[in-house]
Design a binder for this molecule. Structure first.
Ligand code: ZN
Ligand code: ZN
Ligand code: FE
Length: 752
């Protein structure tokens, strides 16, 4: 007989871990107890040595579906001879450290009950159990227990309480457990919403992390009026299909994408639209893709089942505001958009958008993934908080080996988003009991996140260069320190030389970096306006390439006035209104404009997305890109490798008659090939074998795939972001990884 005390850490609360331990102990004939505490699960078991060993092994291997076991540590104690196995009540007090799990899609068992006329929860829109249901969005504090969730106001009926207290029941300690007798209810009979949707109306539906706006996706009038009322010009709307079969009829899916669609996180999966897909043109104008998800709450299942067709399910907001999640606010903000509100009385505590995945890349990490922690390869010796960037903002709390990257907050450009950002930070600090001593931030002095970070008193501040943060985030999520070569391509990032970076070759690791190469620098004519009007970038690139006064290309004739072209050409030659940039995102804009794809954008990244969309994927041709050694764009830095794409732009100009599909493909191939050549050259010179690809430009699937292939052909090892987005949503985690590494190296104080 032996006795062992074991501690289990990770996402192990609110996921049915204690009943699982109870069953496992029963099966192996072990005695002892289990409890939840602030660090996770603590237990003791006693029995035959072989059974105890097998018990410890199976703790992680057979854990329940929503659990994520990060570590199991065991120590041997003296046997006590006690009998039976007990689940002991939660211990309170001390610092809370036990992770809360992400919201999980309705499980198969609950679904069966939902549609079983004999079940007491038949068609109950809030059915859930230990293996599924709301978590992060309803949690107000830890330990995860009903009084600290938005279910606190609902008292369980006798039947629900019996399930809740029975360790053999699927609803043992399921905090949101409810039934039609005692739980939340809808604001109106479901058939009213179903009829309205079928008739082409727009309905605001209260979901898990906020309100959606729903309408039939095959009804052009409905979708177009939703666009008009929402003031959203072209940005694609997400769809919710009733089942996998319906999703397959809309988009081409790989087995991995199907697994995501039916998995517990249930992100929106962006995939190639199938010919004949029954979705109105204004669902995703200008895009060959559609974003599709499957129902993930019982209410969605009922709604989609009864409507019997795919719905548009887009965030309940106007234009770029954050998604509405509080009832009164939703009625006020969405009143002019929705014809009807389908609401319920279970409050949402944390606003959370749907997550978005495309190929192997997470474009937006939010509902279903947050707040799972991401490990840090270097221990954060002091608790820290990283404030992230500005667009697609997230923040990150970290201590020890764990980092909690927040849900997608949005673009920190208005008061509502900033409020959400600040509220989210305070919530994470409490939830994971992180009292930050180090605060990491971007170098851009005008980012609201930087300003907020610098206003925080009594902490050590560390500024992390934007592209270094991109590099570090990718290394760290793969558990690596570097050094590696990084090809970091994005739209805009503040360079220490006060120019705008965005097409950078770096050599570095978590603790530091050198800039060893860059895209040929051009002007951003008229500053921020050049980001909204890609034709300005075409003008800037042609000005750089011809070193003179470029004629307006035929592809822009009739779309840009000749006088404006002349003005922008003048701005492109220099001046204070036109900062210097090495941005790769802006080169994609320029090529999109040259191809006649888009001269002005309505949302960030639109021109590049559409350029990718039209590319002929069978084309393998390329344009020239001379690689030369050059002085940095601003005085002070070391010389480096320059991708001189001026020649590329001129070649494109000569090739426009080949048509945009071929030109786009050849341009993608060119960037992929020249990036691989440049990285291989740097890797050889520095004796490195690993290349990191990150930055928002690598949301481009075609570019990413071709660049990875070219690098692997050159014998290099390639790391790309997989768990976190390559866009600025991953910056906060990168900042935390850098701050942790700097602390470990003694570059930051290791005590407060
Ligand atoms: Zn369930
Ligand atoms: Zn009940
Ligand atoms: Fe970036």
């Amino acid at each position: 007989m032996i006795r062992v005390r074991a501690r289990v850490e990770g996402t192990v609360q609110g996921v049915g871990f204690r009943p699982f331990v109870h069953r496992l102990a029963g099966e192996l004939d072990l005695s002892g107890w289990v409890l939840n505490d602030e660090r996770g699960v603590l237990l003791e078991v006693e029995g035959e040595a072989g059974s105890v060993d097998s018990f410890i092994r199976r703790l992680a291997a057979d854990a329940p579906p929503l659990a994520a076991v990060e570590s199991v540590t065991a120590e041997e104690l003296a046997a006590t001879g006690d009998r039976g196995f007990a689940i002991v009540a939660s211990e309170r007090g001390g610092p809370a450290d036990a992770p809360v799990s992400p919201d999980g899609a309705t499980c198969d068992d609950c679904l069966r009950e939902l549609f079983d006329p004999a079940d007491r929860r038949y068609r109950y829109p809030f059915i859930n159990c230990t293996n599924c249901g709301p978590r992060f969005t309803i949690v107000r504090g830890v330990p995860y227990d009903r009084p600290l969730t938005t279910m606190a106001g609902f008292e369980m009926c006798e039947a629900c309480r019996a399930e809740y207290e029975n360790p053999d029941d699927r609803r043992f300690h399921a905090q949101p457990n409810a039934c039609p007798e005692c739980g939340p209810s809808l604001s109106m009979p479901l058939p009213s919403a179903v009829d309205a949707l079928r008739a082409g109306r727009i309905v605001a539906v209260k979901g898990l992390g906020g309100y959606h706006l729903a309408c039939r996706c095959d009804d052009e009038t409905a979708v177009a009026s939703l666009r008009g009322r929402k003031h959203r010009e072209d940005k694609p709307f997400a769809l919710m299909a009733p089942d996998l079969e319906a999703a397959r009829s809309l988009v081409d899916l790989t087995p991995a994408e199907e697994a995501l669609l039916i998995g517990r996180a249930r992100p929106i999966v962006v995939a190639r639209r199938r010919p004949g897909a029954a979705a109105a043109g204004s669902v995703a104008p200008g895009s060959p893709d559609l974003g599709v998800m499957l129902p993930y709450t019982p209410l969605h299942h009922l709604l989609l089942h009864d409507v019997g067709r795919t719905l548009v399910m887009t965030s309940g907001n106007v234009s770029d505001e954050p998604i509405a999640y509080e009832d009164e606010d939703a009625v006020e903000r969405l009143g002019g958009i929705a014809d009807l509100f389908l609401m319920h009385d279970r409050p949402i505590h944390m606003r959370t958008d749907d997550s978005v995945v495309r190929g192997r890349v997470v474009l937006r990490r939010s509902r279903g993934y947050v707040p799972d922690s991401t490990a840090l390869p270097v221990e954060a010796a002091r608790p820290m908080l990283a404030y992230g960037a500005e667009l697609k903002s997230t923040f990150c709390a970290a201590k020890g080996r764990r980092a909690w990257v927040s849900h997608h907050i949005g673009d920190l450009e208005n008061w509502e988003t900033l409020r959400s950002f600040r509220g989210g930070i305070a919530h994470f600090e409490r939830l994971f009991s992180v009292e930050p001593e180090i605060v990491a931030h971007d170098l851009h002095p005008d980012y609201l996140s930087t300003k907020d970070a610098l206003e925080r008193e009594g902490v050590d501040h560390v500024g992390v260069q934007h592209h270094h943060a991109h590099l570090a985030a990718c290394l760290a999520e793969h558990g690596e320190h570097g050094p590696a070569v990084g090809a970091i391509f994005d739209g805009t990032g503040y360079g220490p030389d006060r120019t705008i970076w965005g097409g950078e070759l770096l050599v570095g690791g978590l603790a530091g970096f050198e800039r060893v190469g860059w895209l040929w620098p051009v002007r951003l004519p008229g500053g921020a306006r050049a980001i909204k009007e890609p034709w300005r970038m075409a003008c800037a690139w042609l000005t750089a390439a011809t070193e003179g006064d470029p004629a307006m290309p035929a592809s822009l004739a009739g779309r840009v006035e000749p006088e404006r072209w002349a003005q922008v050409a003048a701005l492109s030659r220099g001046g204070p209104a036109s900062p210097v940039t090495t941005s790769m995102g802006r080169l994609f804009d320029a090529v999109a404009a040259l191809c006649g794809v888009r001269t002005a954008v309505n949302y960030e990244g639109q021109a590049a997305a559409e350029l990718e969309g039209i590319a002929d994927r069978s084309e393998r041709g390329t344009y020239p890109v001379p690689l030369c050694s050059g002085e940095p764009p601003a005085p002070g830095g070391a010389p480096g490798l320059v991708l001189d794409t001026r020649e590329t732009v001129l070649a494109i100009l000569r090739d426009l008659s080949a048509g945009p599909a071929l030109v786009s493909a050849r341009f993608h191939n060119t960037v992929a090939a020249s990036t691989a050549i440049a990285c291989a050259r740097v890797a050889a010179a520095r004796g490195l074998d690993t290349v990191v690809l990150s930055g928002g430009v690598f949301q481009n699937r075609l570019l990413l795939e071709r660049t990875v292939a070219a690098l692997e052909d050159a014998g290099l090892r390639v790391l790309v972001p997989e768990r976190l987005p390559p866009n600025d949503g991953g910056i906060s985690y990168g900042q935390a990884a850098v701050a942790a590494a700097l602390t470990a190296e003694g570059a930051l104080p290791s005590t407060g």
